[in-house]
Design a protein around this ligand. Structure first.
Ligand code: HEM
Length: 537
């Protein structure tokens, strides 16, 4: 008899604990208990909503959360398992909490999966706010990819851009591979001075792409049940449903290799005297001249060598896949919005009327529509739609609502960038939203770059690097190519219905396009001649 009762209770527990709406309502109802001031918890999600459903719905949970916000309001408190989430869907609240109160809103939650099982809490992305290495990481990265490193990295970006255009011209059907290779090539040269010779056989490139791919698809918040129900971690590896152990083991190994191997490679090159200038090479040289050298410990944070190993890996992990997603979206959008493409091309043709050079980052001021197009490409399908989770380190009260210490806070970047009060007609792709007032006679809509890179002390340190790289890439592509929809056997435009996938970084699914060299720009390529005519992918 008692066994059947236990089974019923267990089922009841599972049902209740997987209904965030129910749990959050119950907590909200008894919210008075949480804080002496009488403040209640923020409202829960609408009745009937479930995270499991949200995940099922094409995996684009950000849209589901935005839908919930329409009913429950832009600040929601959701509980499932042992995790409490604060979901923010408005720019004002994100700014009030994540930016203005960033002192207490900038920690990272440590999850069972990535913290305990994989051991990634040492990495830049997951390092706690109060760890002394956090400040060291941010400084190392800011010096490398912030404003002061600009001259160095712009040179690399422009050289790799030439290579990218050349690959597209020679093999347009491989454009998706070329996009990935270009992004990886820039970061690998900046970080390690490593040049990819043949992307199809480069083992180092393959390894880090595999790492980033796994992180992007498997690392989104709420993905692993073990994070909500920690007891699951004790399941033996052979137990049905315990395959998360296998992923954890593999990802831990990949993580260790990513931090160690490229750094060792740079050391070898330095010994041989063949090292190219790079972040790691500069750091190693700097340490050689310091008293205690590479073994010096930074206030209990690990040796300086370990720290910049992690910082260099973060450049790759943070920078490569994100810029890939934007450039992929750009290609897709150009096949769908030919008049927008033509307007940007006309602007570039007008500014560089001699057609004897490609656009550079210095041209941004003179190409406002093209820059607005870059911004709209980052608004329309935001790259990291839910940002990365933050963790609140103190109890807080906001507009009469109580937010308990330890809550995981998610800024729904997608919801903010599709808020019709900020961006009227948000599902329309329209770069003119971002044009300056002296061109349109009305103020531009809020700058999407203020949201797309996240918030507060955790905001993306690679934002400047990313925008410069994207402007150079996108303006140069527009200058020399027309990007057109694919044709079927009868020469008719093929219907395309391309969705953006889920995961931490959201990419469009695979698609086709035609990449056609534009007349008049051949002179810019010294090394290779653009052929005239249509290249069908
Ligand atoms: C389109 C390009 C990019 C987008 C949309 C993007 C977006 C983001 C977002 C949303 C975050 C989380 C911020 C938060 O927690 O509030 C982040 C963090 C980060 N990004 Fe980026 N990023 C991009 C490119 C880059 C590049 C090029 C680099 C480096 C070269 C980079 C390095 C990082 C690092 C290291 C962090 C972790 C910061 C921390 O935890 O303190 N990102 N990025």
């Amino acid at each position: 008899m008692w066994l059947s009762e236990i089974i019923v209770l267990f089922i009841l527990f599972i049902v209740i604990s997987t209904r965030p709406a129910l749990i959050s309502r119950i907590k909200s109802l008894f919210g008075l208990k949480y804080h002496g001031s009488g403040a209640r918890l923020p409202p829960g999600p609408p009745f009937g909503s479930s995270l499991a459903n949200a995940r099922k719905n094409g995996a684009r949970v950000w849209e589901e959360y935005a839908q919930w916000a329409k009913e429950s309001g832009p600040l929601m408190y959701v509980t499932y398992g042992r995790t409490s989430l604060l979901l923010i869907s408005s720019a004002k609240i994100a700014s009030d909490l994540l930016n203005k109160r960033s002192r207490i809103y900038s920690d990272r939650p440590s999850t069972i999966m990535f913290g305990e099982l994989i051991g990634q809490d040492q990495t830049v992305f997951r390092t706690p706010l109060n760890a002394s290495r956090f400040k060291i990481y941010r400084k190392l990265i800011a010096d490398e990819v912030g404003g002061s490193g600009e001259q160095r990295y712009v040179k690399v970006m422009e050289e790799q851009r030439d290579e990218f255009l050349s690959m597209l011209k020679d093999n347009p059907e491989g454009f998706l591979t070329h996009i990935k290779t270009n992004a990886a090539a820039i970061i690998l040269r900046v970080s390690y001075g490593y040049t990819i010779k043949d992307p199809s056989t480069d083992a180092f490139l393959a390894e880090i792409q595999e790492y980033v791919q796994a992180l992007s698809s498997e690392g989104s918040f709420g993905k692993w049940l073990v994070d909500s129900y920690p007891l699951l971690k004790y399941l033996p590896t052979w137990f049905p449903g315990a395959s998360f152990h296998t992923f954890a083991k593999e990802q831990r190994k990949r993580n260790e290799r990513l931090v160690r191997e490229p750094k060792e490679w740079v050391k070898e090159q330095m010994k041989k005297g063949t090292a190219e200038p790079s972040f790691v090479e500069r750091m190693l040289r700097r340490l050689e001249h310091e008293e205690e050298g590479v073994g010096k410990r930074e206030k209990g944070s690990g040796t300086m060598e370990e720290l910049f190993g992690y910082a260099a890996a973060a450049l790759y992990v943070g920078g490569a896949d994100t810029t890939v997603a934007v450039v992929m979206s750009f290609f897709l959008l150009m096949t769908q919005y030919p008049t927008i493409q033509s307007r940007a091309q006309a602007e570039i043709d007008g500014w560089i009327s001699s057609h004897d050079r490609l656009p550079t980052s210095a041209d941004r001021l003179h190409l406002p529509y093209t820059f607005a197009l870059v911004k709209e490409t980052m608004r329309f399908p935001p790259v990291v739609p839910l940002g990365l989770p933050h963790r609140l380190t103190d109890d807080d009260i906001y507009e009469g609502m109580f937010i308990p210490k330890g809550t995981t806070v998610i800024g729904n970047i997608w919801a903010i960038l599709h808020d019709s009060e900020l961006y009227p007609d948000p599902m329309m792709f329209d770069p003119t939203r971002h044009l300056p007032q002296d061109i349109t006679g009305r103020p531009p809509q809020p700058d999407p770059l203020d949201y797309t890179f996240g918030f507060g002390r955790r905001a993306c340190p690679g934002n400047q690097f990313a925008v410069t790289s994207l402007f150079i890439t996108i303006s140069s592509l527009l200058a020399v190519f027309d990007i057109l929809p694919p044709l079927d056997e009868l020469g008719q435009v093929k219907e395309m219905n391309v969705e953006h996938g889920g995961g931490t970084v959201s990419h469009p699914q695979t698609f086709e396009c035609r990449i056609v060299p534009r007349e008049g720009w051949q002179a810019v390529f010294g090394r290779f001649e653009l052929e005239e005519g249509v290249v069908q992918t």
